[in-house]
Design a protein around this ligand. Sequence first.
Ligand code: G6P
Length: 603
Amino acid sequence: MCGIMGYTGKADATGRLLAGLRALEYRGYDSAGVAVMDAENRVRIVKTKGRLRALEDRLEKCPVHGHCGIGHTRWATHGAPSDANAHPHGTDRLYVVHNGIIENDRELRAELGARGYAFQSQTDTEAAACLLDSLYAGMEDPLAALRAAVARLRGSYALGVIFLDHPEEIYAVREGNPLIVALGEDGGMIASDIPAVLRFARDCYVLEDGEIARVRADGAEFFDRDGRPVCKRPERIEWSTEAAERGGFAHFMLKEIHEEPLAVRQTLGRYVKDGLPDLRGAFDGECERLTMVACGTAMHAALVGKWLMEWLVRIPVEVCIASEFRYNRPVLSPNQRVVAISQSGETADTLAAVRLAKSLGARTVGVVNVPGSSVAREVDQALITCAGPEISVASTKAYTVQLMMMYLTAVQLGLARGALSRERARQIVAALTALPAAIETAIAQSERIQRMAACFDDAENCFFIGRGLDYPGAMEGSLKLKEITYIHSESYAAGELKHGAISLITRGMPVVALSTQEELKEKMRSNMREVASRGARVLLLATPQTAELAGDAEEAFILPDTDALLTPATAAVAMQLLAYYAAVRRGCDVDKPRNLAKSVTVE
Ligand code: G6P
């Protein structure tokens, strides 16, 4: 939800800001802008509605060069996408870029309006900029003004600020939304996320809530809410530079699907020791129950986890949509774990759920892909997955490694509770180790999936159906398809269809049947026939053990042979490719689907 980038140093600030924003565009892409201090220390603002490309076009026509500046790529919350609502916002003293929501913006607007401020936009950001301006006018001290502003602002935000009379410096503050400071050889930077600075710096500092940073070309200082200096240690960024670039693939999504075997290998490499899971003590001690909190794709990984843990471990698992967790008035006990799953580690609802769980006394574990992210830092124990940076808005490799953590957790708990023999545990882990090769096989056969994708060319609606372990898989397949093709897609437990949704089947409507569990094959066959006899085009995803169902389908894709427990992973890859090719055929912008943002940092 909005990307922030700032740079001060020897390089051309505009070029650096654009490079950073390009890597952050997954956070929002309805408008973009920069504020750059030129050689005479005059600020130049260029901003526009539309993708970053539109901003680049403007900058090509009217180049702006300088040594220090801030930039922004937006996902609208307050005020529709427009040139006026694009960031930066500011006054003749300062400019601001913002990620988050200022909740008391109406009150601030009224107050500041009465004091003579005329607003140019409908954004909450402009209220923050004017508030800061009014405070700065009296103090002329950026740090003091920012501290005073923090005391007045309500909501969650990360702000990047330049003051016109401090032309070499960038100021940053966060309250609830991510912000890092990075120091490279040619200057200092602020950014919403690591990929923005990957090409330019390896050391980064993660701002904590309420902290303020002053960044110069040759260093950064940090202060707490009371203005006391804070000594921070840098975190070393290990991700490779190429990981955040498209590397010859048409889209990040396709590249990231191809990276799944590596992501799985790396994640297993970190958490498997001597053929058994080693989850760094995260589930040691009494653990009678699990509650998992997550959003979107991560929530589907949790649902697969629930199935695995209830089957293999006989431990009760509850899965809560993170945004609903607080309304359930959760009943938590000290001998349980609350597991938060999040690729970004910044999803506001997941973070709020972690905080609530902690306040209720629960022990928390995070399955998180971004090291140093808020969820990773706030849980009692973080298990960092090794997918590397995921740029495509639709999650692919991060989901597969979340699944890996679900398997390893189930096996670890199964062993601890005596529900699994060591032999079976080793068998499952060995099967996991063989998974990257199976995923490679599935990807190599993507031509067959492309054929299946053609069935969605004219589709307006479709269903994904599955039973048992295939049901959460169907939910994820359906989400992937709707996210990037805009086809209205729903997932159903196959047996539930006839209790309502079957009335929606019309001639030619694709129904993807996921059938990987041999013992449920005959029931799935009946469900496939039920929809086919009402005109649906049945597209089957099966395994060698259920392949005979292909006779009841218009198209079939047979997943590589694996332990039946592991099919959610291979099926996920096939369905990701299906959604990808269907979206490409329909001319959709795969990596940047409309209305979505990858990292949802507002509640
Ligand atoms: C957004 C993204 C999804 C993602 C979800 C949770 O909705 O578009 O792809 O699954 O957020 O994100 P997280 O970073 O917490 O896994």
